[in-house]
Design a binder for this molecule. Structure first.
Ligand SMILES: Nc1ncnc2c1ncn2[C@@H]1O[C@H](COP(=O)(O)OP(=O)(O)O)[C@@H](O)[C@H]1O
Ligand SMILES: [Mg+2]
Length: 281
């Protein structure tokens, strides 16, 4: 068994203990920090609910775990949250929560299920609802990029404050890229001593191409904390504005270009009364 396969086997044994209220104090504190960063990252973007995607370069980096725990943490702050499992090739949500595996998103998208059947209570928090990936479809990326998907997200916006989309890895399939344009922002997960730099590089280039706003990074499996919390150090390395310690200058440059462009667009739209950004409307 190679090193990563061995790690994945070990990981699946620990899956159940990793969700919601069962986390250690330091793990849930780290998620709260991540929640705060994420909730403030789009403070100016208020129209309907916010739709976040969570992705990473490859499998096994902690996307789904980060996504469901972030969803739980946001629900804890009295917001209504919908978690959508969008990894239709490797669904795992039903293993962590007391829910049915199907019907789910794929069934909604092909029209073989009703929302009332696919939308489930998470069973771990009253304000957290989930939609599983559903029955495995032959064409996940087509489904995720469809007009029907867009319409579904729009309809959820009226009912939820936050929608979290747990996506498949970027370098393996195109599914996450298909949905990127529909998201308010993307969170990228990297796993310490595991995520390959070249794969991360490809990931960032692909995301840049879709123009989704990358809100920041979460480093998982970081046991460097002084609290002794060992493996459960989520979010502590979360940083926006690309403060992540890997060096990828091209990305920072692209981001700068994008910000300048945004600033130009905004200043041409801004009315004289709002020219001073400090000034409230
Ligand atoms: N921060 C973490 N610390 C320790 N184990 C984790 C962490 N995040 C995820 N895991 C474990 O790693 C495995 C893979 O996580 P998962 O969230 O399914 O990854 P992905 O969705 O990226 O494939 C799971 O068994 C999960 O319990
Ligand atoms: Mg996953």
């Amino acid at each position: 068994m190679n090193k990563n396969a061995h790690r994945n086997a070990e990981d699946s044994r620990s899956r159940r203990a990793m969700v919601g209220g069962k986390l250690s104090f330091s793990a849930s504190e780290a998620y709260k920090l991540l929640r705060t960063n994420v909730m403030f990252s789009l403070a100016e973007d208020e129209d309907g609910s916010r739709i976040f995607g969570i992705t990473s370069p490859i499998k096994g980096e902690g996307k789904s775990t980060t996504a469901i725990n972030l969803a739980y943490s946001i629900a804890e702050s009295a917001k209504r949250v919908l978690f959508i499992e969008m990894d239709m090739r490797l669904p795992v949500l039903h293993k962590s929560l007391p829910i049915s595996k199907a019907p789910g998103l794929s069934d909604l998208l092909v029209g073989s299920a009703l929302l009332t059947d696919a939308l489930q209570k998470s069973g771990i928090h009253d304000d957290l609802y989930v939609i599983t990936a559903g029955n495995l479809p032959p064409n996940p990326s087509e489904l995720l990029g469809s007009e029907r998907m867009k319409a579904l997200l729009e309809s959820f916006r009226e009912r939820f404050d936050y929608i979290l989309c747990d996506l498949p890895p970027i370098t393996v399939v195109s599914d996450a890229l298909m949905i990127s344009p529909m998201l308010s922002g993307m969170i990228v997960v990297v796993r310490k001593n595991y995520t390959d730099m070249r794969a991360l590089d490809v990931t960032m280039r692909q995301l840049e191409f879709t123009q989704v706003k990358v809100l920041g990074f979460v480093m998982t499996f970081d046991d460097s904390g002084e609290t002794g919390a060992k493996r459960y150090r989520y979010g502590s390395k979360y940083g926006y504005k690309y403060s992540y310690r890997y060096d990828y200058g091209y990305y920072a440059a692209a981001e700068k270009r994008r910000r300048e462009e945004d600033r130009r667009k905004n200043s041409s739209k801004t009315s004289p009364a709002r020219e001073n950004p400090e000034q409230k409307p």
